[in-house]
Ligand binder design. Structure first.
Ligand code: T4K
Length: 373
């Protein structure tokens, strides 16, 4: 029998409400709501410990963190980036008056293809901004080697990369800066917020000034900063979420396994390889709907929606197809054949802690084509 309960691509992971009440009581007692209050400081340290990094700066959201990361390193001119991401990646460049230069992606991980970066470098290039798409680590060594060779900075959009590893350990320490998002739809969420992971205390200090209007003290402003501060509510919630995150990650791993078992033998459905058990965070469950499947990707998308199942076509359209980018020479389809192909085939299936085996069965049944109605 068809169930009408909607199944979204994700649902925010929330701890029991009663666990959050004591945090709220403390905020009410102290009346410090923002501007680097006590929960902000505790969360910053706790997050450093959890992520295994020395320095990070908390932000109101991932997008303002990306914009600020570019400011912090004084990036100008052109930045090489991927068309296969959420639009915030490229928007952060435009907000800084920087020209994005799109480079195609790898067909296996859908991350920026390092073998195509060099051809896109010009005298105006100042940085590379890759994305760890779906939490799958980029080829960090190859990208860093190019950056070193051409004296470029590397800022990772690590919005999907909470708690992932790469072949040589912590993926967040492989660049000048890495930016994470803690939006409601992310593996680790604090309603809204994000962070910049930085290599040293001096860089963190500059970023902290930039996110607080450029204030160094009550009367000194050293840069045209912005308001990117995280509130005490978000910081307190982040502290609580850290207590639950390991369990949430292991639930995601189980969901990933069930999908692979259920979908692995369907002709024309390709489950995108995950980074591997110790490395992945199972943030998304992307499949490619190949030409030998019985339906097109968009037909399958509509069939699922008709059953009140709401997958997402992350990332379609490509960023390079949006009006503010499509006239760039690098946005031409002929420059981005792999990204264009993946964007036309991709479907991200529901995955989140709390998605039941029965709900996963509903999703798998539609894709298998069984009529269980
Ligand atoms: N870089 C990358 C690579 C990113 O993916 C993102 C964000 C950023 C940068 C920017 O970081 P932030 O500034 O956001 O921190 C969502 C998110 O809004 C966005 O944060 C995320 N990427 C992107 C991939 O997905 P939408 O427009 O698809 O979200 P929405 O509202 O349609 O939500 C998807 C589903 O999630 C809904 O169908 C239901 C569920 N949902 C959503 C929200 C917001 C809930 O159940 N509860 C909720 O509160 O963009």
């Amino acid at each position: 029998m068809r169930s009408d309960k909607p199944i979204y691509v994700t649902q925010p992971h929330l701890p029991p409400l009663e666990e959050f009440i004591p945090y709220l009581q403390k905020i009410w007692e102290k009346r410090i709501l923002t501007n680097a209050g006590p929960f902000h400081q505790q969360f910053e340290q706790a997050l450093c410990d959890y992520l295994g990094v020395k320095h990070l700066a908390l932000f109101a959201n991932g997008t303002i963190a990306l914009v600020t990361a570019l400011q912090a390193l004084r990036i100008t001119g052109e930045v090489i980036t991927t068309p296969y991401s959420f639009v915030a990646t490229a928007h952060s460049l435009l907000w800084n008056g920087i020209k994005p230069v799109f480079v195609d992606i790898r067909p296996d991980t859908f991350n920026l293809d390092p073998t195509r970066i060099e051809a896109a470098i010009t005298p105006q290039t100042s940085a590379i901004m890759p994305v760890h798409v779906y939490g799958h680590p980029c080829d960090v060594d190859a990208i860093q080697a190019i950056a070193d060779n051409y004296n470029l900075r590397v800022i990772y959009d690590a919005a999907h990369a909470f708690s992932i590893q790469c072949h040589c350990g912590n993926v967040l320490t492989h660049s000048d800066l890495s930016v994470l998002s803690f939006h409601a739809t992310k593996v680790f969420n604090t309603f809204e917020s994000g962070t910049i992971v930085c290599p040293d205390s001096k860089t963190k200090q500059r970023i902290d000034h930039l996110k607080n209007f450029g204030f160094v003290d009550k009367v000194t402003v050293v840069a045209p900063g912005i308001n990117g501060k995280m509130s005490e509510i978000n910081a307190a919630f982040g502290l609580l979420q850290l207590k639950h995150i390991d369990r949430a990650l292991s639930q995601r791993m189980d969901i990933d396994r069930i999908y692979r078992e259920g979908l692995g033998t369907i002709k024309g459905i390709y489950c995108v390889a995950s980074a591997g058990e110790q490395m992945a965070n199972y943030a998304y469950f992307p499949i490619l709907v190949e030409s030998d499947y019985r339906f097109t990707r968009d037909e399958l998308y509509e069939m699922l929606r008709a059953q009140n199942i709401h997958p997402r076509r992350y990332f379609y359209p490509l960023i390079s197809d949006f009006p503010m980018y499509r006239s760039l020479p690098s946005a031409q389809r002929s420059n981005l054949p792999v990204a264009a192909q993946v964007a036309s085939r991709i479907l991200c299936l529901p995955i989140y802690p709390g998605l039941t085996a029965e709900e996963q069965d509903r999703v798998i049944a539609v894709i298998q084509g069984e009529d269980r109605a």
